[in-house]
Design a protein around this ligand. Sequence first.
Ligand code: ATP
Ligand code: MG
Length: 373
Amino acid sequence: MLLSPESVLDALRQIEEPSSGHDVVRLGLVKGLAVDDAARSVALTAVVPREGTPFARDVADAVQRVVHETFGSDVTVNVLVDSAPIDLGLDVLNAPQKNAPKIPTGVRHFVAVASGKGGVGKSTVSANLAVALAQLGYRVGLLDADIYGPSVPTMFGVRGQRPRVDEARKIVPLEAHGVKLLSMGMLVDDKQAMIWRGPMVTSALRQFLGDADWGELDILLLDLPPGTGDIHLTLVQTVPITGAVVVSTPQEVALADARKGVTMFENVHVPVLGIVENMAYFSPPDLPDRKYYLFGRGGAARLAETLGVPLLAEIPIEQDVREAGDDGVPVVVAEPLSASAAAFRDLAFDTIRAVELRVAEAPPTQKIDILYR
Ligand SMILES: Nc1ncnc2c1ncn2[C@@H]1O[C@H](COP(=O)(O)OP(=O)(O)OP(=O)(O)O)[C@@H](O)[C@H]1O
Ligand SMILES: [Mg+2]
């Protein structure tokens, strides 16, 4: 049988990670897959959530057995086992935060997705990160806080749908691709949005946070508008944000604005979980091993290093990403084997890890009170 990345991944789905009950491909535990049909060889890294478990001990054998059973015993299989502190059991995420201020929701962690500059792909990153986390089994919500340019309804294919209000007068989020959704775009149409002023936006956002029935969530992602304004302040005043993910493209102008975004969060004592470089490079579909760094190379990595925060992911620029966004099916669902989908799954893992580190290292973020004159 022909060895290809797709066929090998398909075969590896037989291997289950016992603590979560999900297969290793779905969990993103298979990394760095290299397949050569001519040489009849397969190499990969298996990520194990914890060292010393039976799964960590047996996974290499399981991979070899499955590959031999499916493709023949002539195939050379190289498996590197890498342990990463990933808690698939959600214990850390589910642990109540000490001294956490009371907020009227069952949300464990609020994670803001922000950028300084507009159009760098915040909403695309938020949508795909949300779906990738849901695919991993986390309970995820996404709040599109951008009233002047809401894109979540389009990206999730729920344009025109309005959330209903239940008997308890709570707003019930919509649900698509396993993610609970509310968007400022569900409240008002585009023309109306233009005349909304700051205080109205602020009160709508507070309603979406306080008066919506999000249920129990591990993570509520907040897709912020570009820049630093009323909405950002409202958020930090309303909920304790566990951390922020800052999205940038490789251009200097975008990086300079990303740095401003980071400073804003630092000023309000919200830790930055890391930086995502979007549109980091382009690989032609017929030459998938080539990488062209259209907008410059390594800028986000340098920025992350200067700021002392992790570079969480480098997402390639791909036609599929844009098309998927326009079609209402995020690329991690529409094209799960694409390079961008793999990068978004890595981002999901790294975000969880950053949240866990944050919970382990620092006291929880307090919502801050800002007094207006
Ligand atoms: N990695 C990518 N590859 C290809 N297209 C992309 C990628 N990331 C984003 N895009 C496209 O770029 C456009 C802008 O992306 P998006 O709306 O996510 O940016 P944004 O930062 O949320 O913008 P805004 O500041 O207006 O909220 C969209 O058409 C989206 O499909
Ligand atoms: Mg956006």
